[in-house]
Design a protein around this ligand. Structure first.
Ligand code: HEC
Length: 144
């Protein structure tokens, strides 16, 4: 009797452990743009951060890591200043950016870290994206 009970307990625990391991799936997003924004990888899982050219290369960064989940900017601790908002609304707002960004200036920034005013930004991360990936990311910034 006692043995059956112990056995049952082991099997039961096993089933619970198995079930919980199955539910630990990686979070996925429905669009390529959102996936890039939140993970720094495209929807196929390809890493778009150029790790060898980036200073912050201990992990793959999405834009959200530094600009916040809503893109509105984020304080990252220590002496760091809060990052700016990169929602499309704000990038194209003349009260915030001068000159304002447009789609091709955002693409230029992703390629070369050149701001709309022509100066070079020091973000510590470099991205390598195809035209399609940049367009998808910009489309997502429009939804924020
Ligand atoms: C590791 C942190 C980090 C990540 C990741 C990051 N940024 Fe930034 N970003 C910054 C910092 C810091 C600045 C300000 C740099 C400066 O002014 O020298 C910045 C500036 C910018 C600017 C320029 C704003 C201006 O002042 O004109 C844009 C646009 C921008 N980021 C877009 C993005 C996009 C799009 C992504 C994702 C592909 C991204 N960033 C990922 C940290 C980051």
């Amino acid at each position: 009797m006692k043995i059956t009970k112990t056995f049952g307990l082991i099997i039961g625990t096993g089933i619970i452990l198995y079930a919980s391991s199955c539910s630990k799936k990686e979070v996925t997003y429905s669009t390529n743009g959102e996936t890039i924004f939140r993970t720094g990888k495209n929807i196929d899982g390809t890493i778009l951060q150029d790790m060898s050219a980036s200073i912050y290369n201990s992990k793959v960064h999405g834009c959200a890591d530094c600009h916040g989940e809503n893109g509105k900017g984020k304080y990252r601790g220590g002496d760091e200043k809060e990052t700016f908002s990169i929602t499309y609304n704000d990038l194209t707002n003349s009260n915030i950016y001068s000159p304002v960004y447009n789609d091709s200036l955002i693409e230029r920034f992703i390629d070369s870290e050149t701001k709309s005013n022509g100066t070079h930004a020091n973000t510590g991360v470099v991205f390598k994206m195809s035209k399609t990936e940049k367009v998808a990311l910009i489309e997502f910034l429009k939804t924020l």
